[in-house]
Design a protein around this ligand. Structure first.
Ligand SMILES: Cc1ncc(COP(=O)(O)O)c(C=O)c1O
Length: 409
């Protein structure tokens, strides 16, 4: 076997992409850009070309790349302690959980790593609560989910996806889920029965194209679940932590779920950090040995997560999302009829439907990349804009100007 070059920094973007193709599983179709460094809303590729990042790691980079307060917290913790496992306590976890309780208004935290793990953990909590507290007969619990959902990639989670690309070839699937149309309270109510443990919903469906439900939907779910003794689980892994102009997207309807799923931005774009944050009565169903993760709640994750919550406590990022969201929506509305057939926006987050006559979502994303702006398509003709909440108004306007240029060209 011939030795492979070790110093990837010396290889060109084209060479690195070629090498990835032969050595990495093909479960992604990235834009052909190889990023080597980043700061704030800007990234730089191997050849030194700069791009405005208007995807922000699907909202994992809400505070921008390498936010100084987050990097400092990570450095400080790296010099102290990085991992204990939960076999022992560590001195960072209690404070992180207290901050999350203050931030969300809920009681207790179950720390995990990836978003999918938070979803899995929420499902397990809901099932156990159904058997032990609600009194559902063994193995009879069901969870109601929405069509078009995206909650991650594990075998159980794809079991209740309706996206054939996510599901096909991965059966047999986990039973116990019922799918109803999104934003349809009557269908939800009809699906709930005495064995329903939970309703699991994205307050805004990100992967589906930033679908925002009608006002009253989330409040309606809260009312219905309370009445039926069913848990309301809100997956805010993408919608939460400032993105929509409030700390949580459920705050737009002033509701609090029983279980809140957080991830992505909770790790500040530095380490994977996710959590279920919930009411004490539900969280208390778990006993020692019944659930866990070697890295969940590790001190490095807790230190970065604490610094993330610290940034959110100021309200600055929520306000920026709100203010810049007005600029985003204004600019997008001017493009309707000029290559854009419609858009949905809340805070600094938008799904933009491109007129197919102007190109596919992928083609428009590639043309935007050529203009120095990075976004990603979803579902064929939709492009998602989710720039860092730290982006300047000037950069936001110039990024949207690039979309106008691409559609005009
Ligand atoms: C709403 C939602 N839930 C869960 C996930 C899964 O998170 P992860 O990719 O960290 O497993 C995602 C990821 O995009 C998401 O958007």
């Amino acid at each position: 076997m011939t030795a492979q070059p070790q110093n990837t920094g010396r290889r060109s973007s084209a060479e690195l992409i070629h090498a990835e193709e032969s050595r990495l599983a093909h479960n992604y179709h990235p834009l052909p850009v190889v990023v080597a460094k980043a700061e704030g809303a800007w990234v730089e590729d191997v050849e030194g070309r700069r791009y405005l990042d208007m995807l922000a790691g699907y909202s994992a980079l809400n505070f921008g790349h390498r936010h100084p307060a987050l990097i400092e917290a990570a450095h400080r913790q790296l010099d102290q302690l990085t991992l204990t496992s939960r076999a022992f306590h560590n001195d960072r976890l209690a404070g992180f959980a207290e901050q999350l309780a203050d931030l969300t208004g809920l009681d207790m935290t179950l720390p995990m790593n990836t978003g999918a793990e938070a979803v899995e953990s929420g499902i397990k909590l809901a099932r156990k609560w159904a058997y032990e507290v609600k009194g559902v007969a063994p193995d009879q619990a069901n969870i109601v989910v929405a069509a078009g959902n995206f909650h991650g990639r594990t075998t159980t989670i794809v079991s209740f996806s309706d996206d054939p690309v996510a599901r096909d070839g991965f059966g047999p699937f986990t039973p116990g889920f019922r799918t109803v149309p999104y934003d349809d309270l009557a269908a939800l109510e009809a699906a709930v029965d005495e064995n329903t443990a939970a309703v699991l919903i994205e307050p805004i469906q990100g992967e589906a194209g930033v679908l925002i439900p009608t006002d009253g939907y989330l409040a309606g779910i809260r009312e219905l679940t309370r009445r039926a003794n069913v848990l309301f689980i809100a997956d805010e892994i993408q919608s939460g932590l400032g993105r929509t102009g409030t700390t949580l997207a459920v705050a737009h309807e002033a509701v609090l779920p029983d279980l809140l799923l957080l991830g992505k931005a909770l790790g500040g774009g530095i380490v994977p950090v996710s959590a279920v944050v919930g009411r004490r009565e539900v969280m208390s169903v778990l006993g020692p040995g019944q659930h866990g993760s070697t890295f969940g709640g590790n001190p490095l994750a807790a230190a970065v997560g604490s610094a993330v919550v610290g940034l959110l406590e100021t309200g600055e990022f929520q306000q920026r999302a709100k203010d810049l969201g007005v600029v985003l929506a204004d600019r997008l509305s001017a493009l309707v009829g000029h290559g854009v057939v419609g858009y949905r926006a809340r805070g600094l987050w938008a799904g933009v439907d491109i007129d197919p006559a102007f190109g596919t979502g992928r083609e428009i994303s590639e043309r935007l990349m050529a203009e120095g702006v990075l976004v990603k398509d979803t579902h064929g003709s939709t492009i998602r804009f989710a720039p860092p909440l730290s982006i300047s108004e000037e950069d936001l306007v110039s990024g949207l100007g690039a979309l106008e240029t691409v559609l005009a060209g």
